[in-house]
Ligand binder design. Structure first.
Ligand SMILES: Cc1ncc(COP(=O)(O)O)c(C=O)c1O
Length: 391
């Protein structure tokens, strides 16, 4: 599928459907071969060359032991300085964690106790619900407001409910937000910090999608805003470079949370994959050029998707995201019920993620993963439109 010039650089144009179907990961194995899979957050890209080289070199050395050292936080700190103009990531305030969601659970253990409340902005990444429950905490929903942004009145009400029993509480912020692709502004994040401080709620920011911003958008790290000193953040190269199979993440603490971070058990950090750490380090350190080519390809795909929907499925409401490679589709006007993804799968043979699992506000919606070749994106929308026509 690769063309010359700019297209030749686009990682989303390198692999054919036949090549992708040979993959054994979840995206390509969950559904039968007649289904076009645009669901789970994996990308249809080859591994970035610097990452592939780092991994194959390690394998050639037999370097497959336990993770050690500070190369990963060092690479992230330099990436944060270059990309986000943030120089506040201190190596001594980072801990390796096996992956982002296990890092979220560790962070919850640091700042809350079993039975405590965790506030989330629904609709939101479904594992937030599952992992909070698995950590024996309880969810308090603060639905997103107008234009799918944080509604501060709703958030304050949720903070009050979360703290009503006088026990510690946390706010699991998704920055940028999955599934809407909203990038929170510096002002919004500072308002979050102020509100959290006022209500005694601790902020844990999941910033896994931070590298994947659209042209013109600017990611602001939560820990960089005034008032966020006791915050915790989870960062990873997993989404930016498609490394879910090479797991690893960093739990990063603001200056006032350093003491808590020090309580992360050694065993947790040691459970992080050494090969994962090598891959993530190479991505943040040497993967900038590859990332830029990806971001250009994703910008093209966001525009393509908007045009395809306007032409073939104008009843779907969709606001192109400022980050992530996920598109949140409001399908309520199609009259397909609470779970339009089920209809697109049954009648169109295209797999999206059902909106229902994203919590309150998710019914009638579906999430589409646009990190694929433009041809496959085009075919997916064609199939969705055919499914609706059949209806
Ligand atoms: C917001 C968010 N957090 C966490 C994850 C998963 O991260 P990990 O596989 O490192 O646990 C994802 C994956 O898509 C995600 O979108």
């Amino acid at each position: 599928m690769s063309g010359g010039g700019r297209d030749g650089m686009n990682p989303l144009r390198q692999l054919s459907l036949d090549q992708l179907r040979q993959r054994t990961s979840a995206k390509w194995r969950e559904y039968p071969d007649d289904v076009l899979p645009l669901w789970v957050a994996e990308m249809d890209v080859p591994l970035a060359e610097p990452v592939a080289r780092a991994i194959t070199d390690a394998v050639a050395r037999g370097d497959t032991g336990y993770a050690a050292g500070t190369a990963y936080p060092q690479a992230l700190a330099e990436f944060a300085r270059r990309r986000w103009g943030w120089d506040g990531l201190a190596l001594e305030r980072t801990a390796l964690v096996p992956d982002v969601m296990h890092g979220v659970m560790e962070a919850l253990r640091l700042v809350t106790e079993p039975g405590c409340a965790v506030v989330v902005n629904c609709p939101v990444y479904p594992p937030f619900y599952a992992f909070v429950a698995h950590a024996d905490r309880r969810i308090v929903e603060a639905p997103l407001g107008a234009e799918l942004r944080i509604d501060f009145g709703t958030l304050e009400d949720a903070f009050r409910r979360a703290r009503a029993d006088g026990r510690p509480a946390a706010y699991l912020l998704c920055n940028p937000h999955n599934p809407t692709g909203v990038v929170h502004t510096a002002d919004e994040l500072a308002a979050v910090a102020e509100l959290a401080e006022r209500h005694g709620v601790r902020v844990i920011a999941d910033e896994i999608h931070a590298p994947v911003v659209a042209g013109g958008a600017r990611f602001v790290p939560y820990l960089s805003v005034p008032g966020a000193e006791n915050g915790l953040s989870l960062m990873s190269a997993s989404k930016g470079w498609n490394l879910a199979g090479l797991r690893g993440a960093l739990l990063v603490a603001g200056p006032a949370a350093a003491g808590e971070l020090a309580r992360v058990p050694f065993e947790v950090s040691e459970s992080t994959s050494h090969l994962g750490v090598i891959a993530h380090t190479a991505a943040f350190r040497d993967g900038g050029e590859w990332l830029d080519a990806l971001l250009t390809g994703l910008d093209d795909n966001r525009r393509l998707l908007a045009a395809l929907l306007a032409e073939h499925l104008p009843a779907i409401r969709h606001r192109p995201g400022q980050a992530t490679y996920l598109a949140w589709l409001d399908c309520r006007a199609l009259g397909l019920g609470d779970d339009p993804a089920a209809v697109f799968l049954d009648r169109g043979r295209v797999a999206l993620t059902s909106g229902v699992a994203f919590g309150t506000g998710g019914a009638g919606h579906a999430r589409l993963n646009l990190a694929t070749a433009p041809e496959l994106l085009t075919e997916a929308v064609r199939r969705m439109a055919a499914a609706v026509t059949v209806a």
